[in-house]
Unconditional design. Structure first.
Lengths: 112, 112
């Protein structure tokens, strides 16, 4: 049982570089999410997608973009990374609405 | 706007003692409330959730939480702590679809 797979598990990235974090789910969930986790701040929603072909902005969307070409994949792109984007990124999915989310193992990103 | 406050960033208990992790929420509509647990280097797992109906919610691993509307609280309890309960715990609120807000988290330490 895979659930949600994120790649890479960790990455060190030079500031100014472009980076795409990958997320794939095999649960056929309609909704997918990207969160960042920072010490003392909990998890904050970056972007979400209710269904394939649609995306929306969360609490902290600046500097990030997403796409949802199909049900299973929801990549997160940092067009030009900055040190403040150093964080642990979690992808999640749910059946939609106010239902519980299922999380991936996370990607630890360090921007230097 | 919805928000969550977790009282105490770090709680330490002895093995066998009561676990009490505090969560207060703010929501303009009847909320959906969740508790998640995060073990080191892993994603979040759902412990329990409150949607409607019974205000005392039982979850996995012996945890339970009580929704108290008058106090806007959703505290998490477990009668007897086990060493394996040591983890980070997050309270979350969702008052509309695809917008789950998390608290800052409480790290639980269990002493032998």
């Amino acid at each position: 049982i895979a659930g949600i797979t994120q790649a890479p598990t960790s990455q060190i990235l030079a500031a100014g570089r472009r980076m795409t974090l990958r997320c794939t789910q095999d649960m056929r969930h309609n909704a997918m999410y990207w969160y960042r986790q920072d010490l003392g701040l909990g998890l904050r929603l970056i972007h979400y997608s209710n269904t394939a072909g649609t995306t929306g902005k969360g609490e902290v969307p600046d500097g990030y973009s997403v796409s949802r070409a199909n049900t299973d994949d929801f990549p997160l792109t940092l067009a030009s990374a900055v040190p403040s984007q150093t964080s642990v990124y979690f992808c999640a999915s749910s059946t939609g609405g106010n239902t519980e989310a299922f999380f991936g193992q996370g990607t630890r990103l360090t921007v230097v | 706007a919805q928000s969550v406050t977790q009282l105490g960033s770090h709680v330490s208990v002895s093995e066998g003692a009561l676990v009490l992790l505090r969560c207060n929420y703010s929501s303009s509509v009847p909320p959906y409330l969740f508790w998640y647990v995060q073990y080191p280097n892993q994603g979040l797992q759902l412990l329990l959730k409150y949607t409607t109906g019974a205000t005392l919610v039982k979850g996995i691993n012996g945890f339970e939480a009580e929704f108290k509307k008058s106090e806007t609280s959703f505290h998490l309890t477990k009668p007897s702590a086990h060493m394996s309960d040591a983890a980070e715990y997050f309270c979350a609120v969702s008052e509309r679809a695809n917008d789950m807000r998390f608290g800052a988290g409480t790290r639980l330490t269990v002493k032998p």
